[in-house]
Each structure stands twice: as structure tokens, then as C-alpha cells.
Design a protein around this ligand. Structure first.
Ligand code: GAR
Length: 192
């Protein structure tokens, strides 16, 4: 059984997709979520974690002296729980040196664009604004470059229009499936 940590800042639908898969889906018997890390007290993902009985570490970055300080606390918690894989799922914060020095090679992220196009926090809005007709989702390794690590998996979908909310909705359906499939492949060695 592999131990996963999921980091999120918002709604947590990707957290929920992973938690469901661990409980009764494709990841059952393969992985369990041992920690949910959230940097936004009050985010909806916290209630989702409670519903699945997943331990949460919710923190306010402002109450620490530096990023290195809170990343050190998180890394210690992950060491204690024997975390094998860290899944960033809408964690809207750049991972710093402290976490990377201890977990690089074990951290993946899901991003709502076909990287390397449309990096950053407003990928869908930027893609709609640009007028693209093919959108997509990317899962990649996390390194020091923003949304710049090696790509593990991608899916595209066609959409002609300018409704960013609709693109988010279409993309999230793909995200939930792709995240579970990719985590399964990584943890079972089907993808390196
Ligand atoms: C997801 O769509 C994810 O791709 C995006 O945040 C959303 C979180 O949704 N991540 C980024 O934009 C990272 N740059 P969720 O909280 O419902 O899982």
C-alpha cells in the first residue's frame, strides 16, 4: 500500500476523485491518502477530507516566518507518515526549495492547460482570451520552474467559444479521471 499526500487550496474536487478511488475505485488496495495539506483555512476541500476521514493539515502561510518554515513542518509530517507520492490538486502556491530538496521526484501537479502553453494561476481564462480551440489538461513532475517539470500525461478536448466556466467544467471531468489513472500508473510502475 502506497501513501499519498494531497495538497489543495480550494474546492477539492480532484482530492475527492483521488479519495474515492482509494476507497472504492481504481486505487483501492494500491494507495491511501494519509494527509491533506491546505493553505487556505475555510476552503471547501477541508470538509471533503473530513468526510473521507483523511487527516488534514490546514495552515495560514502568514502565521509562519517564511515558506521554508511551513514547508519544513509539512515535510516532517510527510516523513512521519511515510509519504510515497505528493499530488498537488489545485494547490495555488509555488513549491519552494525546502519541500523540493526533500521530495523532488515524488511531487506531481495537475494543470488545466496543454503545457507548456498557459502556465500560471489563470490558465483557462488565458487560453479562452487567446482564442484557442483545443484545450487540455497536463499532469507533470514538479520542479523549481513554474509549471515546468517533465510532462507525465496530457489530454486535450475541443471547445469553440468564450465561456471560461464551461471550459473549467469540461476540463474537470477529464482531470478527475486522468489524475486517478496517472497515479495508478505511477504507483504500479506502469509509468516512470
Ligand atoms: C484544477 O482545475 C486544477 O487543474 C487547477 O486548480 C483546480 C482545482 O480544482 N490547478 C491550477 O490551476 C494549478 N496551476 P479542485 O480544487 O476542484 O480540485
Amino acid at each position: 500500500m502506497k501513501n499519498i499526500a494531497v495538497f489543495a487550496s480550494g474546492s477539492g474536487t480532484n482530492f475527492e476523485a483521488l479519495a474515492q478511488a482509494c476507497e472504492a475505485g481504481a486505487l483501492k488496495g494500491v494507495a491511501r491518502i494519509v494527509l491533506m495539506v491546505c493553505d487556505k483555512p475555510g476552503a471547501a476541500v477541508i470538509a471533503r477530507a473530513e468526510r473521507f476521514g483523511v487527516e488534514s493539515f490546514v495552515f495560514s502561510p502568514k502565521s509562519y516566518g517564511s515558506k521554508s518554515e511551513f514547508e519544513g513542518v509539512i515535510s516532517d509530517m510527510m516523513d512521519e507518515r511515510g509519504v510515497d507520492l505528493v499530488c498537488l490538486a489545485g494547490y495555488m502556491r509555488i513549491v519552494g526549495d525546502t519541500l523540493l530538496s526533500r521530495y523532488e521526484g515524488k511531487i506531481i501537479n495537475i494543470h488545466p492547460s496543454l503545457l507548456p502553453s498557459f502556465k500560471g494561476a489563470h490558465a483557462v481564462e488565458d487560453a479562452v482570451e487567446y482564442g484557442v480551440k483545443v484545450f487540455g489538461i497536463t499532469i507533470h513532475w514538479v520542479n523549481a520552474a513554474l509549471d515546468g517539470g517533465k510532462i507525465i500525461a496530457q489530454r486535450s478536448f475541443d471547445y469553440e467559444g468564450s465561456d471560461a466556466a464551461e471550459v473549467h467544467r469540461l476540463g474537470q471531468v477529464i482531470e478527475h479521471q486522468l489524475y486517478v489513472d496517472t497515479v495508478l500508473k505511477l504507483l504500479t510502475g506502469a509509468v516512470k
